[in-house]
Ligand binder design. Structure first.
Ligand code: HEM
Length: 212
């Protein structure tokens, strides 16, 4: 967490119960799309091609959570709610789980675990290459998300590893853009949101360097 955010956060600690309730709400909000999709799958509400719909919907939620994760710090700063940043890890881990499930559904249900075909797809289909790149880069973020790992690596190294998110989310958006054949508006909306979030980050970094 940035130093100014850390100082204000220390002053305004919610009670343990409040903390647990807020964590529970965040956890539920992240988990709800998966429950909803499972329910729709079980009740035959995923259209004529439920497998494709499932892969796509899980991917969309993975991307949404990645963007929500990126939006946490700006939101904490703008709303002056510094303790919001503690939810970044939960949201990021859920994003990783959704993307992992997206990949697993694709490999298991679409490719029937044909690893050779997966490899061919990675080499021949650019949208798969980018998606796979994003997933591979997400792994170190997930692996280093525990308190123990943060302690072992040191805060500075840990933060440097987590800059990967600024590569992962654009790769995810590009993956979406490339796979869409007709209407490019939905991926462009995600690209616009990403541009705003990255723009805020750059502006923030420049602002703080100038203030030094
Ligand atoms: C951070 C990583 C990733 C993100 C954010 C992501 C996100 C998405 C999104 C948003 C869609 C489109 C949903 C729609 O059309 O409504 C999608 C579709 C898809 N993704 Fe990913 N994805 C990621 C990684 C991967 C990986 C690693 C693979 C497989 C190796 C993959 C395979 C697919 C496939 C096969 C589709 C459906 C394509 C189609 O139906 O034509 N994705 N993904």
């Amino acid at each position: 967490m940035d130093a100014p955010l850390k100082r204000v956060a220390a002053k305004r600690r919610p009670s343990k119960l409040q903390n647990n309730l807020i964590y529970g709400a965040v956890w539920l909000a992240c988990f709800a799309p998966l429950v909803w999709l499972t329910w729709r799958g079980l009740t035959g509400d995923l259209g004529a091609n439920p497998i494709e719909a499932l892969i796509r919907q899980i991917g969309v939620w993975g991307l949404r959570l990645l963007l929500v994760g990126l939006a946490v710090t700006p939101a904490a700063r703008i709303l002056n709610k510094p303790r919001l940043v503690r939810f970044r890890r939960t949201i990021g881990l859920f994003a990783f789980c959704y993307v992992g499930l997206h990949l697993l559904t694709y490999i298991g249900v679409d490719l029937f675990f044909d690893w050779g075909q997966l490899w061919k797809d990675i080499l021949k289909r650019p949208f798969i290459t980018l998606g796979m790149g994003a997933f591979v880069l997400l792994i170190p973020l997930a692996v280093t998300s525990t308190n123990g790992m943060i302690r072992r690596l040191g805060r500075a190294t840990w933060e440097r590893i987590h800059w990967l998110v600024y590569l992962i989310v654009p790769l995810g958006v590009a993956h979406y853009y490339l796979l869409v054949k007709a209407d490019h508006r939905p991926p462009l909306v995600y690209a616009a949101i990403l541009t705003v979030l990255l723009g805020w980050r750059l502006w923030d970094v420049w602002g703080r360097r100038a203030a030094r």
